[in-house]
Ligand binder design. Sequence first.
Ligand code: ASP
Length: 892
Amino acid sequence: MGLRKWVVTAFLLLLHHISALPQNIHIAGVFHRDVDDYQDVAFSCAIDRLNEEQKLLPGYRLVPEVIYVPSHDSYATGRQVCNRTQSGIAAVFGPQSPNSKGIVSSICEMLKLPNIQTNWDMNVNLESSSTLNLHPHPDLLAKAIVDVIKYMEWKSFAIIYQTHESLMKLQEVFKSLDKSVTTSVYQLAEDGDYRAMFKTLSKTSQTHMLIECDTDHIVDILRHARDVNMLGDYENYLFTCLDAHTLNYIEFQPFMTNITFLRLINPSSPEMQDAMRDWDTRGCRHLSSENMKVETALMYDAVSMFATSLIRADASEPIETESLSCVRPQAWSHGEHVSQYMKMFKFMGLSGELTFDVKTGRRKDITLELMEVSHAKLRKIGNWSISSGITQEKDYGEQVSQEAKLMMQNKTFSVASKIGAPYLDWKNRSASGNDRFEGFSLDLIDAIAKHNHFKSYEFVIVPDNQNGMYVKETGQWNGIMGEVINRRADMGICDLTITYSRGLVVDFSAPFMNLGISILLTKPSKEDPEMFSFFFPFSFDVWIYMATAFLGVTLILFVLCRITPHEWDNPNPMEEDPEELENTFNLMNCLWFSIGSLMAQGCDLLPRAVSTRLAAGMWWFFTLIITSSYTANLAAFLTNSRMDDTIKSAEDLADQTTVKFGSLRGGSTGQFFESSNYTVYQRISAMMKQTKPDVFTSTNQEGVDRVLKEKGKYAFFMESTSIEYETERNCELTQINGLLDSKGYGIALPFNSPYRTFVSEAVLKLSETGKIKEIKDKWWLVKDGTGCSQMEKEEENADELTMANVGGVFLVLMVGCFAAFLVAILEMLWNCRKIAVEEKITPCEALVSELKFAVNLSQKTKPNRKKKSEKSGSSASSSISGSVLVETNHKE
Ligand code: ASP
């Protein structure tokens, strides 16, 4: 009895011990020997860890069944998997090869065995409830790539792919891109030489490349790009593979090229660090955080995730494997259960949080890190998730700008420009470097370079000396624009107007000068001042009417004076009742009175009768108004020479055909008229195109010369700043009317230039401090006082009349004096004749004696020859009457 009891006790103890042993669960991993991604190692290491740390998988022990199959032989793969299912397995992991994935997935679906895959797959079986893929679906990755493209503001880029499979991965990218984004597609050469492709690309001036290739090709691709100068400051490479971070970029350290990619695995995440420690203690060869490929990490996650699901499924019923045959298929009773758990629970793995779409078994809600290579080191730009797109790291912008600053300080900037004063002109052709030039552009770049601490800069003159326009025939931009677009120059500066079309192909700095289009024409010719311009205040009619009024009033006054009794006076005040009355207002005196009043001088004769005073009063009123009007108008007429100014605006130009007009060929000015919706400007554009001979010029200088040559018969549409420069130097030229538009000059930089912000900042700073104004004044104003603006100011101040204005008045005075002299001679001759008759001498003797007296200045009194002759004659008369006679004679 004692023995029986002992045996029973021992049996029960054994049973208890056996039941406490973990249950073995076999899981199969299907791998290929020819693929060295160490997924098999990750598979085994993950199982080892789970088995060792029993708390991770209580009550179970996973037994790995590693199957190596040829990657291209799906039949062999299927057979091997079926062999293993017969011995009872709980899940199949893999395979990697797209050729054998399908068969494994079908077998697992048939037997309801969970199949966990880790490589990218375009066609995750939507019908399959047993297959799960931990690799983000290409469509999801494509969404991330499209968001990156938008974030980086690519408007045009080249898509470079390796195989047709790669194109399939990019399908969604093609579909989701904006219509405005232009793409070109290139395939990597199979022979591994990509230089020819990059050469072709460099000719198209494309700087943005999206590359879908295996991770192993990335370094070769970058090397070949470097060989053909496609690894400069302005090139951008975006790689779509998720393992680009595992590469070493040290050889590309000197290049500022933007290399960007996404990654799923963060080697420094806590999960990865934890796993790393485990691998080190366990001696899991080939597994390291730095160069772990995404599939390897996913295999590790897949095993861990399966284990977790197993435990959760076990909570409802204990899990056991069953022998399953592919020939007589029978579903594993726990299969669906375990698969469902895997899809429903969240699991934190090396590749982040694993969540799945229950229907499709595809991974959802992944978070990717957007990374870039900066000086051979990796830098995180931000995170991407389907819900929030790209969220940039806080200090990323600051880091980038610090880096660009450092780059600038070690860089020699090539500055494309053209010859055209005052922006840039030759100073000394035989000198070298920048010493050959002078001008506004040189001074401005110098100031910017000092502000930003550029290492140095070098001006290069473009061969065609053009600002730059798009040439339809060649499909290329010429001039400075072409140099900047093709990144042969880091900057382009001259009178380069910021326009919409240029803004699409280059980046512009903040404008350094504001301006608008205006019209350059020779000044309207001033009419020569006229000698008799004092006649101008009144029209000819008014002068005639005035003369008529003068004569009319004189006659009226004469008649009135004869009619009215009050104008008849006693000629001899001594005689109280004279026999005859005398009227002072004879015709001559009336004329004298009228002219005296008209000239505002008055007269010693004044009317006394009411009627004549009334007439005189009215005449004075008339002369008051007339002389005041004349005086007021005279000043204006004497000082303002009249101008011939028929063209006062662009509208005036459009409404006539005598004055031809043109603009710079291929410049923004011509473009302004061509693209304007305003009918007048459209007409101007059409007229310019139709006019023969050609009205367009190759340079602004040619336009200015033509304006000067054709003197008022050719007008040139030019930008106000250039007009300002020309009109300061050539006083014949003038700007007509105001500005037709408003725009600015900017410095052109290649698209996405890392220096753009710094150049703009410098421009704004220099503008605020007045430095740009100072440079402008230096090159625009003429300092020696011969500038037209200075001379015009002086002319305005000195508004005096010249002899040309008042010469006529002198002439009138001279003619008047001469006439008076003539009259005096006539009077003298008449007097001599009278003397000759009275003194009975010859007229000649009389003339000689009169002349002698006239020239003898010492004689202050003149003897009364008449009295003398009377005395010597028979009849004597009193001295009083004689003196009266003389008086009367005088009056007459
Ligand atoms: N500044 C202009 C340009 O950049 C030239 C012009 O049209 O006057 O095209």
